[in-house]
Design a protein around this ligand. Structure first.
Ligand SMILES: [Zn+2]
Length: 174
């Protein structure tokens, strides 16, 4: 197994250079605090994090939004094999309720992992096949500094993608 080393020391200052689990800096643009508390997905039973209203506002289709009184109280299911993307109690929103493809769900195409800078599993895989490595993490970290990211409104999870990208790179580098 190989492990990732920080590209440069200064990135420790950015809360987004770490995995989303440790994102807690409230002042950082792409990391405003997620709604507290987890809920179990009614389809797969796994614990899921809450999702911000602005994330749903941006990513749900107009039809879906028209049917909902409020976008408060939804959670995001990240289980790859589960059809639920968002849920609130027993109310479930699937892929067809969204305007973007949820790349981390099984069989998704394109399998987007970074929505701000358009990195997909396909692109990472092609790069690894062509050059033996991928610049995805370096590229995303550099773009996060300038121009900056918009994970909250572009990523279905509403969170920083770096943890997910790291996992994908590891998986595809095997
Ligand atoms: Zn689920």
């Amino acid at each position: 197994m190989f492990s990732f080393k920080p590209i440069k020391e200064s990135q420790k200052e950015s809360c987004c250079a770490t995995t989303s689990e440790s994102c807690s800096t409230e002042s950082h643009d792409c990391c405003s605090p997620q709604p507290k508390g987890k809920a179990a997905c009614p389809l797969c039973g796994k614990a899921a994090k809450g999702v911000l209203v602005k994330t749903l506002e941006h990513l749900l289709t107009d039809d879906t939004k028209a049917k909902l009184d409020t976008l408060e109280g939804f959670h995001y299911c990240k289980t790859p094999t589960c059809e639920a993307v968002y849920f609130r109690g027993n109310e479930v929103l699937k892929q067809d309720a969204l305007t973007v493809t949820v790349g981390l769900k099984e069989g998704a195409s394109p399998a987007t992992v970074c929505y701000c800078f358009e990195w997909t599993k396909e692109k990472i895989k092609a790069e690894i096949e062509a050059t033996g490595k991928t610049t995805a993490l370096e590229d995303i970290k550099a773009e996060m500094e300038n121009p900056g990211c918009s994970c909250e409104i572009l990523n279905p999870s509403g969170q920083c993608c770096l943890g997910d990208v790291g996992k994908v790179v590891k998986e595809l580098s095997k």
